[in-house]
Design a binder for this molecule. Structure first.
Ligand SMILES: Cc1cc2nc3c(=O)[nH]c(=O)nc-3n(C[C@H](O)[C@H](O)[C@H](O)COP(=O)(O)OP(=O)(O)OC[C@H]3O[C@@H](n4cnc5c(N)ncnc54)[C@H](O)[C@@H]3O)c2cc1C
Length: 561
């Protein structure tokens, strides 16, 4: 396990640089109100990976994976309560509002170096479980240890590092990559001949975050996922126009305001949250029109780092990065999961066991609706049709444009315009869906830019959605277990069975962060997300809500037919 350090006064990263020099696996968590500018960071590799200055947890991986740096930007006291980690060493150079939270994170015998502060501060540290000799070795500083006898939650034994991942879309491919990077033996089961043939099979998906006036949970989650995904793709070699290793471009995304009122809100949000221009800029109607290449009346958000990517190429790159730890079983459909002898056995056609492992990760998109342990989840599908327009007919915008519809720049001669949201699951292309896409594009660009005679071309996929449109990441609840849970941690779970599901319309950005979150949960390692955000993704959230609302329903919920 890496040595875990928590630092509440990162400064310019001098202490981090010293800890990193100790040549042991290190997980360094720094809490800071604001990020110092990148140019003040001494180490060139860290400077190059320095995150965009927005609130939230930014994970940076250095030294070929030996060093992880988590920068949690925001209120420091609140941030400590948002960490899920077991800390071996603390640096606290200024008093905190409540050091109690430090004690909750400490491993037995954890070291603390803290300012000696006033009597109240020292009493609070003692109450939190830390103690130190009366004669301070360094004036102004306390060198303490966590000596509380209060039982800490026991550390879980290291996991058996074998897993089966069901589904080779972006969700499953990212899970394979994150687990293999940690030395797991992973078997990937996919019913088709190659990865990314269902929802992840679109030519070009767009990536961008959400923004809101109140910086709500979906906004914070999409921001974290968007920034993590771009950093992760960079680590894997980056997006490139020639598709090597991944096809895509950070060409910018222009999200046009729907009307004057929406434009005012867009502008207000950017001003209120003081986002750096590289993250988002509000552009007025004149600048938006210039970027769009057509007159648009209301201005827009410009996400300069956003863009489009080809999900299949991302899946292939993630699977290629797995190396020898990955076994691929394609053309095999998981029909049943059986638990015997502390292991899961995935059973296919004719009752044949396809593979066995300690853990199963269900990442099979719409397929989850029919697999027994995931069928009781309130997931549903939403059909989507993207229209493909040949570049000769419509050259496409120079960057991604979205409003009620989105348009990508031409990718290998094809502009993607989409996508519909339909309640059925018809996989055939429909003229009505195409007309809907093109009508929306014409509303954005003007009638004459897209000709009337576009042949019926495109792609249909089924999005796997949860009622709150957020993904399901983590251990799967056991719907058949009776009980009246009050909190998520009381919900009975299937041992060793986990979900990466419900990526809805944002699979590109959810996949890398969700896979990292699940891998950290499995390894009992510090989570890459604030606790309130990780909780919002817990697959048991629906069962908990249902049982609280309907105590009589504390018996098994029947799977969907
Ligand atoms: C029209 C449309 C447009 C979209 N546009 C965007 C966009 O612009 N940006 C964006 O980020 N997202 C977009 N999305 C959403 C995105 O495509 C999805 O969120 C993402 O692809 C989901 O990935 P996944 O791995 O969960 O599912 P999938 O890609 O569907 O992968 C699941 C895999 O599991 C396999 N499988 C299922 N059941 C079994 C089984 N029992 N045994 C073995 N294998 C099984 C399937 O064959 C499949 O390969 C769009 C979706 C659609 C439909």
């Amino acid at each position: 396990m890496p040595h875990v350090v928590l630092d509440t006064g990162f400064g310019r990263g001098e202490r981090f640089a010293t800890a990193r020099g100790a040549e042991r696996a290190l997980h360094y968590i720094a809490l800071l109100a604001e990020l110092p500018p990148a140019q003040t960071i001494a180490a060139a590799d860290l400077r190059a990976a320095w995150p965009t200055a927005v609130p939230g947890l930014h994970r940076i991986v250095l030294d070929d994976g030996r060093t992880t740096l988590d920068l949690l930007v925001g209120d420091v006291d609140a941030g400590i309560g948002e960490l899920t980690a077991r800390v071996d060493e603390f640096y606290v150079p200024a008093p905190l509002a409540s050091p109690r939270a430090l004690g909750k994170l400490a491993t037995p015998d954890a070291q603390l170096t803290a300012c000696d502060g006033n009597d109240a501060w020292r009493r609070a540290l003692r109450a939190a479980g830390f103690s130190w000799p009366e004669n301070a070795a360094t004036p102004g500083w306390l060198h303490a240890r966590y000596t509380s006898r209060k039982p800490q939650p026991p550390r879980r034994p290291p996991p058996v590092r074998t897993a089966i991942v069901i589904g080779a879309g972006v969700a499953g491919s990212a899970a394979c990559e994150r687990l293999c990077a940690r030395g797991w033996d992973v078997t990937l089961i996919e019913r088709h001949a190659e990865p990314a043939t269902e929802a992840s099979g679109n030519r070009a998906g767009i990536f961008m975050p959400l923004l809101s006036r109140d910086d709500n949970i979906p906004t914070r989650l999409t921001r974290a996922a968007y920034l993590y995904a771009m950093r992760h793709w960079q680590k894997l070699g980056g997006l490139a126009a020639d598709g090597v290793p991944m096809l895509g471009a950070q060409c910018g995304v222009l999200q046009l305001a729907r009307d004057g009122e929406h434009a005012a809100l867009q502008r207000e949000v950017v001003e209120q949250w003081r986002y750096p221009a590289e993250f988002v800029r509000w552009v007025d109607a004149a600048e938006a029109s210039a970027l769009l290449g057509a007159a648009t009346p209301n201005g827009a958000w410009l996400f300069g780092q956003g863009g489009w990517a080809n999900p299949a190429s991302i899946c292939r790159a993630m699977l290629a990065a797995c190396g020898a730890g990955l076994r691929r079983i394609f053309h095999a459909e998981a029909l049943r999961l059986e638990r015997r002898d502390d292991a899961w056995h995935v059973v296919g056609a004719d009752g044949v066991v396809i593979a066995s492992a300690a853990h199963v990760i269900v990442a099979n998109g719409a397929g989850a609706l029919t697999l027994a342990p995931t069928a009781p989840l309130p997931l549903y599908t939403m059909r989507g049709q993207v229209t493909h327009v040949a570049q000769e007919q419509f050259a496409g915008p120079g960057l991604v444009v979205c409003r009620e519809a989105y348009m990508t720049p031409a990718v290998n001669g094809i502009v993607s315009v989409g996508a519909t949201y339909d309640k059925d699951d018809d996989r055939a292309l429909r003229r009505a869906s195409q007309a809907e896409n093109l009508a929306r594009a014409r509303e954005i660009l003007g009638e004459d830019r897209i000709p009337a005679d576009v042949p019926l071309q495109g792609r249909v996929g089924l999005r796997c959605m949860a009622p709150d449109r957020l993904p399901l990441v983590g251990p799967l609840p056991d719907y058949a277990a009776p009980g009246q849970p009050e909190r998520l941690r009381d919900v009975a779970r299937h041992p060793g069975l986990h979900a990466l599901l419900g990526y809805a319309s944002r699979g590109l950005i959810w996949a890398p962060l969700a896979a990292e979150l699940l891998a950290c949960q499995l390894e009992d390692a510090p989570l890459p997300l604030e606790a309130s955000l990780a909780t919002a993704l817990d697959p048991a959230r629906f069962l908990l809500k249902e049982r609280k609302r309907n105590p009589a329903g504390s018996v098994a919920i029947a799977p969907k037919p």
